[in-house]
Write a protein that binds this ligand. Structure first.
Ligand code: DP6
Length: 376
């Protein structure tokens, strides 16, 4: 019996302009655009294997070795169904002799076989996914997880589609996942269409554009977080007046400013916008009823350290040389250029010597989502 399998891995991304709020909770359409940096695949990633087989009786999923339910109509079921639909539409519904333009060049031989399997989309799939970092600790495991899922299914199904098209599907698994389909600097354009077809990820610049950019991850706590992003952001949409101001009057300008800073490799401007947006995201969390606190005392002490570091740096005429940002948890991500990494690591270790969970992530990832292989 034929049996098809593909493996792909995708890295975490960390937003500089935060996504926080949905205008459509089913399609996962955001209330504002966002922008992130995709991290190095070697350090924080999800790796997912998908297998299709005519003998499988239902779709099944294992996360870090433990079987999880695929809820009918849930996010996982939606992503799998959308990928099967894309396979049918892009490959199986076409004339058998029509040549396929297949972008996954490294699997050309197997791809030809896969494209010639007319019923692949009707087989059930078994999916196994692993993270090499703590799940749901504010380290964006859902982002890399859904990006790896759609990437592995895209390879399994030999889909001749762009990462932006795949980002439309990853988005329906977890909003921030759409940005992990690309490496480097990535925007998620909120779009205006009610069907969400223009709410997708685009690459602002590849990693090679600014290879000196580094991200240092300070793991303050790897406990599971208190309020999930999904429920927290909906409460903010329902109760925060500050969020409405942010959506209308703050984010559009910041998206333009940070894109310009990235294009001109202006670290001072990049840092200013990144820190301001982290601050405002945590301000809207606080402006939620009841209020949400993601940072703790250690998070705030790291902010104070970076503020002081930048004050001294600006006094010397060097501009800001570090930028902190926090997602829905207490862990800090510090962006800085390569030349400052050693100094900042030494500073953090000096002031937080008891913390051994400090991890530096060198470089950014280049080709998210298309590292993998297909076997038959
Ligand atoms: C604070 O993408 O996890 O990390 O779409 O409900 O799955 P859902 O939310 P999720 O939210 C991420 C929020 C954030 C900011 C960001 O990554 O832009």
């Amino acid at each position: 019996m034929a049996q098809f399998q593909a493996t792909a891995s995708a890295p975490v991304n960390i937003a500089c302009i935060k996504y926080w709020g949905k205008r459509d909770t089913k399609l996962i359409l955001p209330t504002n655009s966002s922008l992130s940096v995709t991290l190095d695949q070697d350090h924080l990633r999800s790796t997912t294997t998908s297998r299709a087989d005519p003998s499988f009786e239902k779709d099944r999923l294992w996360l870090n070795g433990k079987e999880e339910d695929i809820k009918d109509g849930g996010r996982m079921a939606t992503c799998i169904a959308e990928m099967k639909r894309l396979r049918k539409q892009e490959v199986e519904d076409k004339q058998p002799n029509e040549p396929q333009v297949v972008s996954l060049f490294f699997v050309t031989y197997l791809t030809l076989k896969l494209t010639s399997c007319p019923k692949l989309s009707s087989y059930h799939v078994h999916i196994a996914s692993y993270n090499n970092f703590p799940t749901a600790a504010g380290l964006a495991s859902s982002a890399s997880g859904f990006a790896a899922l759609v990437s592995s299914l895209a390879q399994l199904y030999a889909l001749p589609v762009s990462p932006s098209t795949l980002s439309l599907i990853a988005r329906q698994g977890s909003g921030s996942a759409c940005r992990s389909l690309y490496g480097g600097f990535v925007a998620w354009e909120q779009g205006t269409r009610p069907d969400g077809q223009d709410s997708l990820a685009v690459q602002i610049a590849p990693q090679s554009h600014w290879p000196d950019m580094h991200a240092l991850i300070c793991v303050v706590s790897d406990d599971k977080k208190g309020t999930s992003s999904t429920s927290g952001m909906q409460r903010t949409v329902e109760t925060s007046a500050l969020l409405q101001h942010r959506i209308a009057h703050v984010v559009p300008q910041r998206m333009a400013a940070i894109s310009a800073a990235i294009k001109s490799r202006d670290f001072d401007a990049f840092a200013k916008v990144t820190m301001a947006d982290s601050n405002q995201f945590h301000a809207v969390a606080l402006d939620t009823e009841p209020p949400i606190f993601y940072m703790n005392d250690v998070s705030r002490a790291i902010i104070a350290l970076i503020v002081e570091y930048n004050r001294v740096s600006m006094e010397k005429g060097l501009g800001r040389r570090a930028a902190y940002t926090y997602d829905a948890g207490p862990n800090a991500v510090i962006y800085t250029l390569k030349e400052n990494v050693k100094e900042i690591v030494e500073l953090v270790v000096k002031y937080f010597p008891q913390r051994d969970g400090f991890k530096d992530v060198f470089g950014l990832f280049g080709e998210a989502g298309v590292q993998g292989k297909v076997v038959e």
